[in-house]
Design a protein around this ligand. Structure first.
Ligand SMILES: Nc1nc2c(c(=O)[nH]1)N[C@H]1C(S)=C(S)[C@@H](COP(=O)(O)O)O[C@H]1N2
Ligand SMILES: [Mo]
Length: 319
């Protein structure tokens, strides 16, 4: 039996800390309409938002032991906050993921800004997914999110749209990795998917994990999760989604095209030039790092669902 968790009832402290933004925003909006009663309403709304994150089960559970929440939220890659695995959890405290909106533009009938609140109002599901980093470690994470297709559909893609480009926020004042002498990456962090990959039911935008609002270090308030691809495709803190005709640039592919492909489908048979991709270390649970080694599965175990997307393609050249 995989170890499961039960979403906890919402403690009061979380309503005030994690959702202070809702209160503040609603207070601003509502104070004009007149006062104190409405402040109470906004607290109820905040509670509702968190409760919504205890979403309905969404299928695709690989039935493996979940990676402990502490590992999921303290062993991260998020270079905007530093290149060390512990940096994001230690240095993302000043980041303000609320209020937030995402611009959807490019080859769509209805370009525009979508407020986070409107995304949270979409039907949220819990999806337990394997995540496989290109660095050969992996986790199993209970994400909360909604299919990316639900958002794209609202914008009404044109027939000419073939790809989807994503962009992370740039905020040096809140993101220490974006200021100072050493800048590990060109900003903004950008990623892309083919439109059919973006519309695949496995592809989600996540707004939470372990029954809670997404922590800053995991890409608050909204990040991409594409479970059959290497982790770097899962772009965090998204501010813009653009439908394009040409294949978009992606940060790691541009930086080192021989090491990181655009497709980045998990493939145990195509090694990274500097290390093998045949196996992976499952983080947490099994003692010290390295003691929990297992073979990596093609498409990270999601081949039945997604292999057909790549029929006729040479996955060695299109890595
Ligand atoms: N904006 C942005 N998104 C990012 C990254 C990053 O540095 N910046 N790192 C990527 C990499 S390499 C991985 S493995 C995953 C890690 O997600 P996690 O920290 O939630 O496990 O985020 C991806 N998304
Ligand atoms: Mo990664």
């Amino acid at each position: 039996m995989p170890r499961r968790y039960r979403p906890l009832p919402i403690p009061g402290s979380e309503i005030t800390s994690e959702n202070a933004y809702f209160k503040r925003r609603d207070l601003l909006r509502l104070t004009a309409a007149g006062g104190v009663t409405l402040a109470a309403t906004s607290i109820a709304m905040a509670a509702q938002d968190l409760a919504a994150l205890a979403a309905k089960p969404g299928g695709f559970d690989p039935g493996e032991e979940l990676t402990p929440e502490l590992d999921v939220t303290s062993y991260n890659n998020f270079y905007e906050f530093g290149t060390g695995k512990a940096d994001p959890a230690a240095k993302a405290g000043d980041f303000k993921p609320r209020p937030w909106s995402v611009m959807i533009d490019g080859l769509v009938n209805k370009p525009g800004e979508v407020d986070l609140e409107d995304m949270l109002a979409l039907e949220l599901e819990e999806r337990i997914y394997r995540m496989r980093c290109v660095e050969a470690w992996s986790m199993v994470i209970p994400w909360i999110g909604f299919p990316l297709s639900a958002l794209i559909a609202k914008a009404e893609p044109l027939g000419s749209a073939k790809y989807v480009a994503f962009e992370t926020v740039v905020r040096p004042e809140e993101m220490p990795g974006q200021r100072g002498a050493f800048q590990p990456l060109p900003w903004p962090y950008v990623e892309g998917l083919r439109l059919d990959e973006a519309l695949h039911p496995l592809t989600i935008l996540s707004v939470g994990l372990y029954g809670k609002v997404l922590p800053n270090q995991n890409g608050a308030p909204v990040r991409l999760v594409v479970p059959w691809k290497y982790g770097f495709k899962g772009i965090k803190s998204i501010v813009r989604i653009t439908l394009t005709e040409e294949q978009p640039i992606s940060t790691w592919n541009k930086l080192a095209p021989n090491e990181y492909g655009f497709y980045a489908n998990v493939n145990p048979e195509v090694d990274h030039p500097r290390w093998s991709q045949a196996n992976e270390n499952r983080i947490g649970g099994g003692g010290f790092f390295g003691s929990n080694k297992r073979p990596t599965l093609p498409f990270n175990g999601y081949g039945e669902e997604v292999a057909a997307l790549y029929d006729g393609m040479d996955l060695r050249t299109n890595f």
